[in-house]
Ligand binder design. Structure first.
Ligand SMILES: *[C@@H]1O[C@H](CO)[C@@H](O)[C@H](O)[C@H]1NC(C)=O
Ligand SMILES: *[C@@H]1O[C@H](CO)[C@@H](O)[C@H](O)[C@H]1NC(C)=O
Ligand SMILES: [Cu+2]
Length: 258
């Protein structure tokens, strides 16, 4: 019989589905900060210091109308670490891998942690999420879909923290939406994560009212219940869910929109 630790490890590896992915680390100003290491960190005692909240696995959120959509299906447990940066800095979000069959938009949101304390902030109630970056589908782009661009960038995505943002603690919610089975109601696959940041220098812009997660992702939204092939063939136009990007957001660091 294998030792207990080996048994647990094999079980966790089996739960990692090929083709999916998860946020593995975050790079800011040349420093690399680890996110929750799916399939490894569950077995480390005491829990290691990480900068993004725990994820249960590398799959999509099982039901995007529940609180699992806020920061992924890992219990929305505050991480030990908080990344210090300045407004206007570029954050690079590094996935462990990203498969090719999961075309869809990439979206990034900020929420201001109440009392500038992300350790006691869940973000799962109220219209606290403000979109600061998004790319979806550009038929003239190569590749047209944002998630495919993420793959071609080496499973990385860049987000610039809005230059005028007021200092404080925020959750940076980074998300891929896979539309490959979105023609089936509730088939859209959301892959969110929440990184904890502390903006130490910035401007005076406070986040406006945003959207609620859960709540804003309606199973019947045209950006969620849609057929990828019809978009790809130009039969329908595509608008990602979650509303518009904030007017204070920086120009997209990956490529020009949409
Ligand atoms: C969130 O996802 C986990 C893992 O799949 C599941 O055990 C839990 O019941 C889900 N919670 C809700 C509120 O749906
Ligand atoms: C999509 O949007 C473009 C630009 O607004 C428009 O010209 C075109 O007719 C739209 N296509 C469809 C199928 O609605
Ligand atoms: Cu998948």
């Amino acid at each position: 019989m294998a030792p207990l630790s080996t048994t647990l490890l094999l079980g966790s590896l089996a739960s990692l589905v090929a083709g999916h992915g998860y946020l593995k680390s975050i790079t800011v100003n040349g420093e690399n900060y680890l996110a929750w290491q799916v399939g490894q960190d569950d077995y480390v005692t005491p829990p290691p210091v990480r900068y993004a909240r725990k994820l249960a696995d590398n799959g999509p959120v099982p039901d995007f109308t529940t609180a699992n959509i806020t920061c992924g299906a890992g219990g929305n447990i505050p991480a030990e670490g908080v990344i210090e940066l300045a407004a206007g800095d570029t954050v690079t979000l590094n996935w462990d891998q990203w498969g090719s069959s999961h075309s869809g938009p990439v979206m990034n949101y900020l929420a201001h942690c109440t009392n500038d304390d992300c350790k006691s902030f869940a973000g799962d109630t109220g219209a606290v999420w403000v979109k600061i970056e998004q790319l979806a589908y550009n038929p003239a782009g190569s590749p047209p879909w944002a998630s495919d661009l993420l793959r071609e960038q080496g499973a990385k995505w860049k987000v610039i923290i809005p230059p005028t943002l007021a200092p404080g603690e925020y959750l940076l919610r980074h998300e891929i939406l896979g539309l490959h089975v979105a023609g089936t109601r509730m088939g859209a696959q959301f892959y969110p994560s929440c990184t904890q940041i502390r903006v130490t220098q910035g401007g005076s812009a406070e986040l406006p009212e945003g959207i609620a997660l859960p709540g804003a992702y309606d199973p019947d939204d045209a950006g969620i219940l849609t057929e990828l092939w019809r978009i790809n063939q130009g039969q329908i136009n595509y608008t990602a869910p979650g509303g518009p990007v904030w007017s204070e957001a920086a120009p997209d660091a990956n490529r020009e929109g949409p």
